[in-house]
Design a protein around this ligand. Structure first.
Ligand code: NAD
Ligand code: IPM
Ligand code: MN
Length: 369
């Protein structure tokens, strides 16, 4: 088998700390499962700004295009809090999504049995939860025009962003959600604010039409985004697949992460459309950021990054068995009582990033006799 080409972009803050733990797992897969990866690593975000004066180089975008898959850490660095958008670390991820047309961001919120008590919600509300948020990632208010900050005649200013969605942008992401639902429990909830926004009204119409034309076997419901936020806390298990725009998807997935115990638990996969060569461009990243408040302390939870790598194995390389091994290893380590600070509860053993990573590799060893 040809080596699988991986571009690894650890980024800033806790990004490199949690990425190191994925490194152990890659080594394990090579040594114990005979897989081979051709890995290229590069700088993005604040790390790239410091070295090259820009958040991501064109060269890195080209490397991402050429790779079979991209594993991304997180970007964001307080040193660049006061610079223009074209110089912010966050531009690295926004540009990668845009340039590779990675329009469908899959954010699964699954509650591990061992972590039922780690959620701030009652165990009975979250036990067994398994939902998938499909967030559109190259359109909406993140990228619509006009945008900018204008100075008005009286010297005061006006900040402008515009929510824009086209029929085709809505249809392609809805298709991803319907296809996923067919492999899950067959339900899609489409979320917008059609009561106040034209882009939301069009969203609802397009999803409804597509459903009627091609997906009548899937159960479709619609919900206003504010209600959805409330319902996710009230009774999250009513949902299977949620499909929504860029901004609402960003908010709702951070909210959903807390149902699983921590933001440090939620992985994601961002997929584009299959190219002429049959390859689907794909980037994998935790939904959390660079966590400057805990960076450098060795206490970040590496599980979201590790589970993002498991998604990479499943989606980009069809290595279902290896993906499962990693998810089972995580589950067993949590069952054994090890906890990073963010998921700590009474009676459990508190560990740092690398002890958690090592424990997951030791658990993998037990499967590989
Ligand atoms: P954040 O996700 O970095 O952190 C929010 C809170 O969650 C913090 O208290 C943090 O300590 C905690 N947390 C996050 N990940 C954790 C983990 N793995 N283990 C334990 N605790 C964890 O969000 P923020 O503080 O709002 O943003 C910080 C920076 O990250 C900003 O610059 C932001 O733009 C950026 N960001 C980047 C990405 C990305 O690269 N995809 C995602 C979100 C935020
Ligand atoms: C995420 C992040 C990004 C987003 C930022 C860093 C641009 O919050 O991946 O969820 O808003 O999409
Ligand atoms: Mn976010």
């Amino acid at each position: 088998q040809p080596a699988k080409k991986l571009l690894v972009l650890p980024g800033d803050g806790i990004g490199p700390e949690v990425m190191r733990e994925v490194g152990r797992i890659i080594t394990w897969l090579e040594e114990k499962r005979g897989l081979s990866f051709e890995i290229t690593e590069d700088l993005v975000g604040g790390a790239s700004l410091a070295e090259y004066g820009e958040p991501i180089r064109d060269e890195v975008i080209e490397k991402a295009r050429a790779a079979d898959a991209v594993l991304f850490g997180s970007v964001g660095d307080p040193r660049w809090n006061h610079v223009g958008f074209e110089k912010r670390p966050e531009l690295a991820i926004l540009k990668l999504r845009q340039e590779l047309a990675l329009f469908a961001n899959l954010r699964p919120a699954k509650v591990f049995d061992a972590l039922v008590d780690a959620s701030t919600l009652k165990p009975d509300v979250v036990r067994g939860l398994d939902i998938m948020i499909v967030r559109e990632t190259v359109g909406g208010i993140y990228f619509g025009n006009p945008r900018g900050i204008e100075t008005l005649p009286d010297g005061s200013k006006r900040g402008i962003n515009t929510e824009v969605y086209t029929t085709s942008e809505i249809e392609r992401v809805a298709r991803v959600a319907f296809d996923l639902a067919r492999k899950r429990s067959g339900r899609v909830c489409s979320v917008e604010k059609c009561n106040v926004m034209e882009s939301g009204l069009l969203w609802k119409e397009v999803v409804t039409d597509l459903h009627a034309r091609e997906y009548q076997d899937v159960e479709l419901s619609h919900m206003l985004a504010d209600n959805c936020a409330m319902q996710l806390v009230r009774n999250p298990r009513q949902f299977d697949v949620i499909v929504t725009g860029n901004l609402f998807g960003d908010l709702l997935s951070d909210l959903a992460s807390m149902l699983t115990g921590s933001l440090g638990m939620l992985p994601s996969a961002t997929l584009g459309a299959p190219g002429a060569n049959g390859k689907t461009p794909a980037l994998y990243e935790p939904i959390h950021g660079s966590a400057p408040d805990i960076a450098g302390q060795g206490i970040a939870n590496p599980i979201a990054q590790i589970l993002s790598f498991a998604m990479l194995l499943r989606y980009s390389f069809d290595l279902q068995e290896e993906g499962q091994l990693i998810e089972d290893a995580v589950s067993n380590v949590l069952a054994s009582g090890l906890r990073t600070a963010d998921i700590m509860s009474e009676g459990m053993a508190r560990v740092g990033t690398s002890v958690m990573g090592e424990a997951i590799v030791r658990e993998l060893d037990k499967f590989q006799k």
